[in-house]
Design a protein around this ligand. Sequence first.
Ligand code: CUA
Length: 138
Amino acid sequence: MLAALTVTAFGAGIHLPSVHGRVEPAQIATTAPFDKPGLAHVGPDRYEVYLTGQIWTFAPSEIRVPAGSTVTFVATSRDVVHGLIVPGANVNTMLLPGQIARVTVRFDRPGEYPMICHEYCGIAHHTMGGKIIVEPRS
Ligand code: CUA
């Protein structure tokens, strides 16, 4: 049982929502860093994305980074339980209201990566998405 849990938790690349702080859901719009959702350049080839999920959008819904960037998503939900999965990249987490999730991933291949909500969040759940555009280095 313990071995199965360990393999599932660490071997299969499954990310449980890792708690890196909390924020009062009703005050997310006025609480840093979520008062300014978007991309921040935090070092050479390093970025942070302050992202919120809310019915039925991600903010920001489009992110552009150069290939070779390491991106940390700092994310939470403003209302109900959402999810964030990025096929083709190792991003798969739940977004719980007021709980801050952090996921770091490196984008080496240029292209367009969809951001998809993979937790049912209501009638327009299937429309909730966005994209990450990884631009070739010139
Ligand atoms: Cu948000 Cu499904």
